[in-house]
Design a protein. Sequence first.
Length: 339
Amino acid sequence: MVHPRSKITTLTEFVIQRQYEYPHAKGALTRLLNDIATAAKIVNREINAAGLVDILGTVGKENVQGETQKKLDVFANEMFITALKGGGECCAIASEENEKVITFSNDFSHLGKYVVAMDPLDGSSNIESNVSIGTIFSIYRRISEIGSGTQEDLLQPGLNLVASGYVIYGSSTMLVYTTGKGVNGFTLDPSVGIFCLSHPDMKYPDTANIYSINEGNYIYFPEGVKQYIKYCQESDPESFRPYTSRYIGSLVADFHRNLIKGGIFLYPGTTKNPNGKLRLLYECSPMAFIAEQAGGKASTGTQRVMAIQPETLHQRVPFYTGPKWMVEKIEALIKGSTE
Ligand code: P6P
């Protein structure tokens, strides 16, 4: 009998196998991806225990070790920064949790060839309602030659991405990533702490019928978005309409479900916030890379997200992503309503 283990490809094995497809690879990206996976496992453990805080009596400002209880997103941020600093492959980080670029003073990291832009725990406001949340990460080659990384190393368009991915802490914990050669998903086996290849070569399904948007903002949406919502609700069985409305309010969870089942995610600009809510550098660009590699599209409604040159670390953009034909429909309605 062939032992089941022999049929499993671990994340480490997969990344190393893929490394040999790059003739000049020296393993730095492999090590960097593994550093991220290690931090994700630590964060996963804390998230799974989060619900037990009140039960285990560690509620309040200090836990049983007398340590100050950290909010989970602060904890996650610290875990990823520590893993990336210790790994030495990354010379600077942009994080949703930090106003400015994080650089490292150790010589080890000054030699790092990469920079990382991340949202360490997106959707963390959902954790008390036990809704799935996620980590979003993206990796660029540094532009500066050596030493501490700079803000300019981080302010790069998605087209320059070397890799991007997300971790979804849900009913199971998955890591999904791309290096530009397709999208692959790995499910964590918590009994041994190994990410195992479970979703090879992920693509948006042809039959998609989900639309995900916070319709509570309807009155503030641009005309083209209002028209699109009505389009989703019309009856036309040939085009799978009316679509199903599904919205969790956690980007990674909504994006992941739509990638698996087929659907479009929309976070438009509004009259109150013309650039919407989601951040270009560490939310939209990395998710756009995955969407495009999965055969889909990611747009601001008027331009390709991956082509946008960021001007500031935390700038926001309207975000529409999913199967090409769904995104092109909303783009057409937005264009038509502004002509
Ligand atoms: P709204 C979570 O706070 C988040 O940043 C994303 O994960 C999510 O897609 C969005 O905000 C939800 O925003 O305004 O619909 O609650």
